[in-house]
Design a binder for this molecule. Structure first.
Ligand code: SF4
Ligand code: SF4
Ligand SMILES: [Zn+2]
Length: 477
């Protein structure tokens, strides 16, 4: 008797949420015709199918090779009560500490972007009081012992009336690397502000919104032609020597053909240490967004990088071990605008586990000494706040030599924040980007935007009371 086969390979089961009701539901990961898909079923709202990757080999690399033992935070702040993702956080079932802590200091902004996960704008005017921000910094440090990277965010944080007092407070605490997330307007327009910013530049970085070099994509994503703002902001940051990461929100059919051009622009700017590519997600304000049309997965963005920016090959862009489903990275050494890809010289085991002399430096003898020393020499305490190892916080503990500084590195990160459609609870448990709260909770970025931010908390409260009633019913039976 011959039996019919399903048209796909059944890879795994996982948990997800229904994109309509946000109830936790079952899901399957299947591989069909070179696509990795998440098949979800909600008893109320039926089936939903979402693309996870267009490259099964890439997906399996993250699932089967880039598997490391989870690193714990110092502290868990919430109990396990309702189940994931309703217990953030972090609850004891979370599987990764905070590689990056985001601290939102205001909901006010001088732009009103059609794409803004925080739904900020000029009409919102709440600045968190300095005392609250300090309590949040203390919470970040309490959770981590020494925080790897803290990002001051918003809204537009440079508009906070106590902005520099916040930087001072952050500086006074054990935080290895401090970032400020900014749209660049104030940096472009206020030279005195930039001069003051430059006083903080050791172990400090501007995370600069930079989606495009063209008018139309900027209008689509930001509602304004920001080209001259970008030019002026970069000019001022270059002049002041302030480390900068360009952050590109990538939207299919809008600016995904421009990834190579932005990377090429970035490498020519002395202040720019790299580019972070963030596929657009459904969160906050997402005008002009069609979930079926505009989404991109990590594997699709990775391929565009390799196609549009030949300096990097696919082999140079590898999963980030702490959360390989949603993060990919490529590191290069830079000499001016010239880049020497580094990731290809590291075997996967080194990247996942660290230690051991497993660098494949024999492929390029000229690089041997530099790469070897990069990963094997300790650095002095004085250099600690501004050296390569600080930026490799997602990597295993590899120490970097003090003579190779952050200015010698060019980093490409792909950071996909999952939304209600593609949320995989297995991957969410490994989230390492956490939003610190005034009450001390650390909430994964994705679940925060889905269930904990502003009026979303009402949905969470409703789901929790439903779960409570369900649990009581079970206990009673
Ligand atoms: S995402 Fe993490 S912190 Fe939140 S409920 Fe799930 S395991 Fe707990
Ligand atoms: S995305 Fe950034 S710049 Fe745009 S409205 Fe939101 S906070 Fe402001
Ligand atoms: Zn549903």
């Amino acid at each position: 008797m011959s039996r019919k086969n399903r048209p796909y390979q059944f890879y795994d089961t996982t948990g997800a949420v229904c994109s309509t009701c946000l109830r936790q539901i079952e899901a399957k990961v299947v591989i069909e015709a070179e696509r990795v898909l998440l098949d979800k079923w909600c008893p109320v709202h039926g089936m939903e199918r979402v693309l996870l990757a267009d490259d099964p080999e890439w997906y399996r690399l993250g699932r089967e090779v880039f598997v490391k033992r989870p690193e714990m935070p110092e502290k868990f702040s919430t109990p396990m009560e309702y189940g994931c993702p309703y217990d953030c956080g972090l609850c004891p079932d979370h599987m990764q500490h905070s590689c990056l802590t985001v601290l939102e200091v205001t909901d006010h902004c001088n732009l009103r972007c059609p794409t803004c996960y925080a739904a900020s704008g000029p009409e919102r005017t709440t600045h968190r009081p300095l005392a609250t921000v300090i309590a949040m910094l203390d919470a970040a440090v309490r959770n981590e012992g020494e925080a790897d990277v803290v990002q001051i965010s918003g809204g537009e944080p440079t508009l906070h009336p106590d902005f520099f007092a916040i930087l001072d407070a952050a500086r006074a605490r054990p935080i290895r690397h401090l970032m400020v997330n900014s749209n660049g307007l104030r940096i472009a327009q206020d030279k005195d502000f930039v001069a003051r910013l430059a006083e903080y530049k050791k172990g400090f970085e501007i995370y600069l919104q930079f989606d495009s070099l063209q008018r139309e994509p900027l209008l689509d994503l930001r509602g304004a032609d920001l080209r001259s703002v970008h030019d002026k902001a970069i000019e001022n940051l270059n002049a002041a020597g302030i480390s900068t990461t360009l952050v590109m929100t990538v939207k299919r059919g809008v600016n995904d053909g421009e990834i190579g051009a932005v990377l090429d622009f970035a490498r020519q700017q002395p202040c720019v240490r790299g580019v972070t590519l963030q596929p657009v997600q459904e969160a906050g304000r997402c005008d002009n967004f069609d979930s079926r049309q505009h989404r991109l997965t990590v594997s699709e963005v990775r391929r565009r990088v390799a196609e549009q920016f030949p300096v990097l090959t696919l082999r140079d862009i590898v999963p980030v071990p702490c959360n390989p489903d949603t993060l990919a990275m490529a590191y290069a050494l830079r000499q001016g605008p010239e880049l020497v890809p580094l990731t290809r010289y590291l075997d996967y085991q080194t990247l996942v586990e660290g230690g051991g002399n497993t660098i494949a430096f024999e492929r390029d003898p000229q690089l041997r000494d530099k790469v070897f020393s990069l990963l094997s020499t300790g650095h002095s305490p004085e250099s600690q706040a501004n050296c390569l190892s600080d930026l490799l916080c997602c990597l295993p503990q590899v120490a970097a030599p003090s003579h190779l500084g952050y200015q010698d590195v060019f980093r490409v990160l792909i950071v996909q924040f999952m939304d209600a459609h593609n949320l995989d609870l297995r991957a969410l448990k490994k989230s390492c980007v956490h939003m610190v709260q005034p009450d001390g909770r650390m909430i994964p970025f994705e679940s925060y935007n889905l269930l904990y931010r502003d009026e979303r908390a009402q949905t969470l409260a409703k789901l929790r009371s439903e779960l409570k009633a369900f649990h009581q019913l079970r206990l009673g039976s």
